[in-house]
Design a protein around this ligand. Structure first.
Ligand SMILES: Nc1ncnc2c1ncn2[C@@H]1O[C@H](COP(=O)(O)OP(=O)(O)O)[C@@H](O)[C@H]1O
Ligand SMILES: [Mg+2]
Length: 617
């Protein structure tokens, strides 16, 4: 095999060393069977020829008298005994499931939009399949274990399934929680037997892959094991406060240790080899030095262990060191082009009108699914199909997708009757948000403005980024705080006071302000509160900043300034707030361009008014 093929972008399949090994094993098995069958046949033939053919039958055993009387009692005792003993054996069994490749419908072509991740996985798989070439000709150590980490729904399990299908070796799926058992010590036993099964499968087939789903369930950090080299006492500013994680299970440390040990024991000798070794040892004791039998070193089984988790930070650091799960593959939320691929892939399968085949629509879909994971995109289309069914249609339309997105993100509409006053307050409040977002929100697109109750929001303004970005400027953050204050300030301007409505707005504004003060150095001080690893008061950045007098004052100043600016802005643009409020009272919900249309018209009308007034005055 050409060494360079190891780096190719396709799976090696039957070209790899593993396939080679498997073929060798198959031939050897056939030879074994042929030899045994041949011997047996020869024996029968010999008996036949020598005039004494072999006969079969039951052995002549006679049961004692009165046996039938004891039989029921005996069976009862046996049943009871086995019901006590069998669970003990079963509990220590490996909980894995092994599928045949033909049972798995997912191929690498179904895993779309992952870009580099897919390449990395194929490379790892190829290294595994061509382990001998890699080891013998290049002197490399094949990877023993890799970690799939990333947020839920990003395709870790899905990718593993595709690997199982394409690898062509036994693939043992197990979910880490299945290792847990009610019997003490049984968890370790299950882990041992899982690895034993892996080794056996690898010996039989030239290689085996084990996949441990949600590995954090058994591989959480042992107490006292931290990735940070700093002693505890330093970390809490001298206070001797140490937070211990208490585990009610059989002690996570034993389990992690077991996992560590098993990861190092791919070269454990088989039972047969051990018996042979013991025999050699026995005989060697009688033999002079230099004439003894030599024991061959055990061959390491070709095993790849894949762990999947969405809480990689919680894993025990020892597990991530070289030789263990030393390679992490990060499954990120898909980028815009990744989402486009995923959208194309799923729309291919789901009924939709031709309009959704247009390039602009697809791009628009990719843009509006920012921060969606693949599973969320799939779910969005399923919901859109439900909406189209509701409308009596057989294929989804653009509107269905949009409806589905709104319901997904902001919840189902709940028909409640507000009192007239309440409705007016809510409309003013939402109009206030929208006007600030329209005037000051840089790069924000107004999506929905509504006074229909959804989940716990009485009304809402949904706005989104016009472009996909990963950083924010100070101006943008200030604008976000101002948008939050829009509702409260509008209420104050029009009714003289605000009610309980703005509660959640204030929380949002405080959160952003605290981050500006304590994390981004945007409010005068460059001290980062993120550097405090944990404080007795709170873990979060907001808690750390607010617990500090100076930090709290800085937050206060930011918020007051933002509020003051918003008050001026809305005072100058009362006409916009009024126009939106009135439209909301009539239509209850404005979507997309409807909002900007109202605002543009109102601005136009105001301009005429002003000219007229100037003309008269
Ligand atoms: N890259 C992808 N391409 C297509 N579908 C995907 C992709 N990633 C995830 N999915 C869909 O999302 C579902 C859930 O993904 P899963 O692998 O279970 O997520 P997790 O990362 O939490 O293990 C999959 O069954 C599949 O339908
Ligand atoms: Mg999963």
């Amino acid at each position: 095999m050409d060494v360079r093929m190891l780096g190719q972008a396709e799976v090696l399949g039957t070209l790899g060393d593993v396939a080679h090994d498997r073929e060798r094993h198959r031939r050897r098995r056939i030879t074994h069977v042929a030899v045994v069958l041949g011997l047996v046949t020869t024996w029968f033939y010999w008996r036949l020829l020598s005039g004494n053919p072999a006969r079969f039958g039951w052995p002549n055993v006679s049961l004692p008298e009165g046996f039938q009387d004891y039989l029921p009692g005996l069976i009862l005792v046996l049943l009871l005994g086995s019901s006590l003993i069998i669970p003990l054996f079963v509990a220590g069994r490996s909980p894995h499931v092994q599928y045949r490749p033909s049972e798995i419908p997912v191929t690498f072509n179904d895993v779309v939009g992952l870009g580099m991740v897919r390449d990395e996985v194929v490379k790892t798989l190829n290294l595994f399949l061509a382990y001998k070439t890699f080891r013998d000709r290049m002197g490399g150590n094949p990877r023993k274990a890799i970690l799939f980490e990333g947020p839920p729904g990003t395709g870790k399990t899905y990718m593993a399934k595709a690997m199982a299908r394409e690898a062509g070796v036994p693939f043992l799926f197990v979910s880490a929680s299945a290792f847990q058992s009610m019997y003490y010590g049984q968890t370790n036993r299950k882990i041992r037997s899982f690895f034993k099964k892996l080794r056996a499968a690898a010996r039989r087939e030239g290689g085996a892959i084990g996949f441990i789903e949600e590995i954090d369930a058994i591989a959480g950090a042992r107490s006292g094991m931290r990735s940070s080299p700093m002693p505890d006492s330093l970390r809490h500013g001298g206070a001797a406060l140490s937070v211990e994680r208490s585990d009610s299970r059989e002690g996570i440390s034993g389990v992690v240790n077991e996992l560590l040990i098993q990861m190092q024991s791919f070269d454990q000798p088989t039972a047969g080899a051990r018996v042979k070794g013991a025999l050699f040892d026995l005989v060697n004791r009688f033999l002079p030095e230099g004439h003894q039998f030599e024991k061959r070193p055990p061959v390491a089984s070709n095993i790849l262990v894949i762990g999947a988790t969405n809480r990689a930070a919680d894993l025990d650091p020892a597990l991530l060191r070289p030789g263990r799960f030393d390679r992490s593959i990060h499954f990120d939320l898909p980028s815009r082009s990744g989402r486009r691929e995923i959208i194309d892939y799923y729309l291919e399968k789901k009924a939709h009108v031709p309009e959704l085949d247009k390039d602009e629509r697809r791009d628009q879909l990719a843009a509006m699914t920012f921060a969606y994971s693949p599973v969320m995109i799939e779910h969005l289309f399923d919901e859109a199909l439900v909406w189209s069914l509701r409308g009596g249609r057989e294929a989804m339309e653009w509107d269905d997708v949009q409806q589905a997105k709104f319901t997904e993100e902001i919840g189902l509409k709940q028909p409640v009757e507000y009192t007239e006053d309440e409705k007016r307050t809510i409309a003013t409040h939402e109009a206030g948000h929208a006007v600030v977002a329209y005037l000051n929100g840089i790069g924000r697109k107004l999506e929905v403005l509504s006074i229909i109750k959804r989940a716990d929001a009485l009304g809402l303004l949904a706005h989104s980024e016009t472009e996909e970005r990963f950083t924010r400027t100070r101006t943008e953050l200030i604008a976000s705080i101002q948008i939050s204050f829009g509702g409260m300030t509008a209420e104050e301007l029009f009714f003289g006071e605000s009610g309980t409505g703005p509660g959640s707005d204030l929380a949002a504004a405080t959160r952003i302000a605290a981050q500006m003060v304590g994390a981004y150095g945007m409010a005068g001080s460059l001290v980062s509160f993120e550097a405090i690893e944990s404080s007795p008061v709170s873990q979060g950045i907001v808690g750390k900043v607010l617990a500090d007098d100076e930090g709290r004052r800085a937050v206060d100043r930011l918020l007051d300034q933002a509020k003051e600016d918003v008050r001026k802005l809305l005072d100058e643009n009362r006409h916009l707030v009024i126009a939106l409020r009135d439209q909301l009272l009539v239509r209850e919900e404005l979507v997309g361009d409807e909002i900007t249309d109202v605002l543009l018209q109102a601005a136009e009308a105001e301009r005429f008014d002003r000219i007229e007034r100037a003309g008269r005055g």
